[in-house]
Design a protein around this ligand. Structure first.
Ligand SMILES: Nc1ncnc2c1ncn2[C@@H]1O[C@H](COP(=O)(O)OP(=O)(O)OP(=O)(O)O)[C@@H](O)[C@H]1O
Length: 654
């Protein structure tokens, strides 16, 4: 099936042709057959890099009105925005700051690219453009199984569909175990495919020997000098050295690599180890690598930036969530331009960023979780492996999982032969439910428990277990919200009552903070008003001690220092040291507050990064969240009549 036979304008057809897209890939053809260009609801569950973006574009371009593209990952939204904005004759808007206001300015676009949080927030704030939509495309819909953002995704989609029954829904998913459940939920046709544009072979490496699932094998030489170096008995199985040998082998053959490890620290360490191997020279990209290093240096001069530039100069990079977005962009585009031989990354890189490589090496398949070391989900490992193989350039992609003699069998079973996990709803999680129950009441969509269940009826959870399954949990959430004075029961008749949001509940919902955050801020403002000396540190302590602010790791060595800081500044804090149930968590909040207070006091990124051992990207994201939470605190101060000037001071200085 040819692109030019589709109901698209000739300009659009030319646009695709210029990018080498003339014939549809088989899964795209199946989506067209399922009616994606005719307004039909379609779920496509297909492997990584098999052309889901075109399916999204076809739906949006042929829809009978404005379209919304929901991208659960903020890091991806800009890339997609740029792809859509390049389409001729299409006005595209983007809204990804998860936390800003109504987005009424988005009305009038042909396509809006937004995160699910942003759409949820727009709905809560009564934005009219959401009711005018003809089509919604949800990318990475399997993320509805993720704690935290998953429930927002399913409630938002259910709400959009409830308000607009004619809305065409297209959902794109990685290959998961239960795509038919997702299709059932959305009453959509299912397109399921294992097709990939480049064949993929997956193998397990033990020492330098790799056995692939297609029966082939590969043998690579480990660097003897490195192995003899530390005299470890397990040297020839050292996963880092096996990884280095696999990378060197692919690069010697002209191929680029991605190497996945469990943590940020490991990504930097592995990159620094690979930097010794002269990969830029091997690939013949010395000059381009030096230019990429310059670009990284131009972003900032932090320690992380310098480390990254040093690595890039040798043809290697690292990539993780602690990097500033500018650094991540340099790394991703340098890799696409073939100016980097290998990226050492945490699994976040695997989720959707388009960086195809000849060979993917998954060095770590286990990472620290709440209960100690645990196997990484198969779905995630498959997404990493799926990055292997560049269409038109590589005969096939290669994914190699590094194991040892003891783990070989399990690694093969889980990740080579094993199926990805099923997607499961997280909506019943009490914190998520409280948030969405409050939103349902505050927006006026529901005034009784049974109306709340109606709102949730269109969720994946309700489809899977029946909305009744949520009845008890909703009742508990309502009680919690009443106790927190976010929701009140207004009595009407004898036994009759209606649920209404209190003024605080309404502001909390509109400001897009969790109920627990709203409660903590209101209590914090009241306590601050009673202090003789409420300062910007006070304001930061209040907002940092909420579940909407990220935790900042507190190392053993720092604990005494932060404790001392909290003691000597007790007069400015709203929490007495003896109060918190979770003292460690509170100390972490004090650390974050201290960082932010020093930031507005003029400390540089470099100083804060060195002093508090955080990534530059971590500082950026905390500053951004602090702005949002301080603006919520101002709004809550307005609502409760408790004005704390330090809050506005902190915000304006941020
Ligand atoms: N029909 C086609 N013909 C040629 N190239 C195509 C076609 N469809 C898509 N491509 C190209 O294939 C690449 C991968 O496509 P795309 O980014 O849409 O994959 P994806 O399924 O969205 O992957 P991800 O798992 O990253 O979300 C892109 O470079 C795209 O331009």
């Amino acid at each position: 099936m040819r692109v030019r036979d589709l109901p698209l304008s000739s300009r659009v057809v030319d646009h695709f042709a210029e990018r080498g897209v003339r014939e549809l890939y088989p899964p795209q053809r199946a989506a067209v057959d399922a009616g994606v260009c005719d307004g039909a609801d379609v779920v496509a569950a297909v492997p990584t890099a098999s052309g889901k973006t075109l399916v999204a574009q076809l739906a949006l371009l042929t829809a009978d009105g404005p379209g919304l593209y929901v991208c659960p990952l903020r890091a991806l939204a800009r890339e997609k925005y740029e792809t859509f904005a390049a389409l001729p004759g299409v006005d595209v808007g983007i809204s990804t700051g998860d936390f800003d206001a109504t987005g009424e300015a988005l009305a009038g676009n042909d396509v809006v690219v937004a995160t699910s949080e942003k759409v949820d927030s727009a709905i809560r704030n009564g934005a009219s453009w959401v009711d005018a939509l003809a089509c919604v495309v949800v990318d990475e819909v399997h993320l509805l199984g993720a704690t935290g953002r998953g429930p927002t995704l399913e409630v938002t989609l259910a709400t959009l569909r409830r308000r607009n029954p004619d809305l065409q829904t297209v959902a794109l998913s990685a290959t998961v175990d239960n795509p038919e459940a997702i299709a059932d939920w959305l009453d959509a046709a299912l397109v399921e495919s294992e097709w990939r544009p480049v064949d993929l072979r997956t193998g397990v490496a033990v020492g330098g020997e790799v056995d692939f699932d297609d029966g082939t094998s590969l043998s690579v030489d480990l660097d003897e000098t490195e192995i003899d170096g530390d005299g470890d008995a397990d040297d020839e199985n050292d996963p880092t050295e096996v990884t280095a040998a696999l990378v060197a082998d692919a690069v010697a053959d002209g191929g680029q690599c991605l190497a996945f490890v469990r943590s940020r620290r490991e990504a930097v360490d592995l990159a620094e180890r690979l930097a010794e191997d002269g990969l830029a020279a091997e690939l013949g990209i010395d000059e381009a690598a030096a230019a990429a290093a310059e670009e990284a240096t131009d972003v900032d001069g932090t320690l992380t930036g310098r480390q990254l530039a040093d690595c890039l100069r040798t043809g290697v990079a690292f990539h993780h969530a602690g990097l500033r977005s500018g650094h991540r962009a340099v790394v991703e585009s340098a890799f696409r331009e073939r100016d980097v031989a290998c990226i050492c990354a945490t699994p976040t890189l695997a989720a959707g960023v388009n960086v195809p490589a000849r060979r993917v090496v998954v060095r770590d398949q286990r990472r620290y979780g709440e209960g100690g070391m645990a196997w990484i989900p198969t779905l995630e490992v498959h997404q990493m492996c799926g990055r292997a193989g560049r269409p038109g350039l590589d005969p096939h992609g290669e994914a190699v999982l590094v194991a040892d003699a003891d783990t070989r069998g399990e690694v093969r079973e889980r990740y080579v032969e094993g199926e990805p996990e099923a997607v499961e709803s997280q909506l019943a999680e009490p914190g998520a439910l409280r948030t969405h129950v409050l939103a349902a009441v505050a927006t006026g969509f529901a005034a009784t428990e049974s109306e709340i269940l109606d709102v949730f009826e269109g969720t994946f959870y309700a489809r899977e277990t029946g909305a009744g399954g949520l009845a008890d949990a909703v009742a508990v959430a309502v009680d919690d919200l009443v106790a927190a004075e976010m929701v009140a029961r207004e009595t009407g008749g004898v036994e009759d009552y209606r649920l209404v949001a209190t003024a605080v509940g309404e502001t909390t919902s509109k400001q897009y903070v969790r109920p627990e955050t709203g409660e903590r801020i209101v209590a914090g403002l009241r306590a601050a008003a009673d202090l003789s000396e409420a300062t910007t540190l006070t304001a930061f302590e209040v907002i940092c001690d909420t579940p909407d602010m990220q935790d900042t790791y507190l190392g053993n060595a720092e604990r005494a220092d932060i404790y001392q800081f909290a003691r000597s500044n007790a007069a400015q804090l709203t929490t007495d040291m003896t109060d918190p149930d979770d003292f460690e968590g509170w100390l972490e909040s004090v650390k974050t507050a201290r960082i932010l207070d020093e930031w507005i006091g003029g400390a540089t990124v470099e100083e804060l990064v060195e002093r508090y051992r955080i990534g530059p990207g971590d500082l950026d994201s905390r500053v951004e969240r602090a702005e949002w939470l301080l603006s919520a605190a101002e709004a809550l101060g307005e609502t409760t009549g408790v004005r704390v000037p330090a809050v506005s001071r902190a915000r304006s200085r941020l």
